[in-house]
Design a protein around this ligand. Structure first.
Ligand code: ATP
Length: 214
């Protein structure tokens, strides 16, 4: 049986401690050895990231230097078209085979928003959902049907994530970081310090690239 491998998708404009720290705690808790960061292509009709795709990847590289838990997969940026998470997971599943346990990491806000995701009902046939807590978001789903769906798929033993290739939801007990990329960009635009919010190496990169300045 192959080891559980998790993917963590995001815009990462920029990556911050609210991404890194909960995922490190999740990994410790679940015995997860590898987390692949999956920077996404933002669809043209949505507000575009301030940093370019190249800059977002460069910031990921700065953030994970010396952290063997993480690597980066830029496949979603290499396409011209925005990619659905479900499509990326189908491709990964085809590459890795039916038996590989795969996890997809999301924050609590993304879990609540899941019914809006393209073909969200198919996600659990492709991966486990590993959910990090995020302050300021309800812990219950917004409708009784969604709560039932969640309850039906909850993993109660971490072994289920390693022994089965997909199909479970793990609500991790992760430390709360009240940080968002939006707030970091806002602070930078107002010349406010972001020291405790993201790794120093990422701040250095942002300074050098002149990002998030008017
Ligand atoms: P923005 O403020 O630009 O919307 P963000 O800070 O929410 O960005 P994203 O790159 O959109 O970051 O998030 C990627 C993933 O990380 C999502 O699944 C989101 O739920 C999760 N996430 C982001 N910030 C946190 C946080 N502070 N705690 C827990 N999870 C988080």
């Amino acid at each position: 049986m192959s080891e559980l491998h998790a993917l963590f998708g995001g815009t990462f404009d920029p990556i911050h401690f609210g991404h890194l720290r909960p995922v490190e705690a999740l990994a410790q808790q679940t015995g997860l050895q590898k987390v692949t960061l999956l920077p996404n292509n933002v669809p043209p009709h949505r507000p575009q990231p301030e940093a370019s795709a190249t800059q977002r990847v460069a910031m990921l590289r700065c953030a994970i230097a010396g952290l063997p838990l993480f690597d980066i997969d830029t496949r979603e940026l290499e396409r011209d078209t925005p990619s659905w998470t479900v499509t990326t997971l189908e491709n990964l599943r085809a590459e890795r085979g039916a038996q590989q346990p795969l996890g997809f990491i999301i924050g609590q806000d993304s879990l609540l928003n899941l019914p809006k995701w393209h073909r969200w009902q198919d996600l659990l046939s492709l991966c486990h959902l590993l959910v990090c807590q995020r302050p300021g978001y309800p812990t219950r789903m917004s409708s009784p049907e969604m709560q039932r769906w969640l309850d039906q798929h909850l993993a109660h033993d971490v072994k289920q994530l390693h022994l089965q290739p997909a199909g479970h939801i793990w609500l991790a007990e992760t430390p709360l970081y009240d940080i968002s990329a939006t707030e970091i960009r806002r602070r930078r635009h107002h010349n406010q310090s972001c020291d405790a919010l993201l790794p120093a190496a990422v701040i250095d990169y942002i300074d050098r690239a002149g990002l998030y300045r008017d």
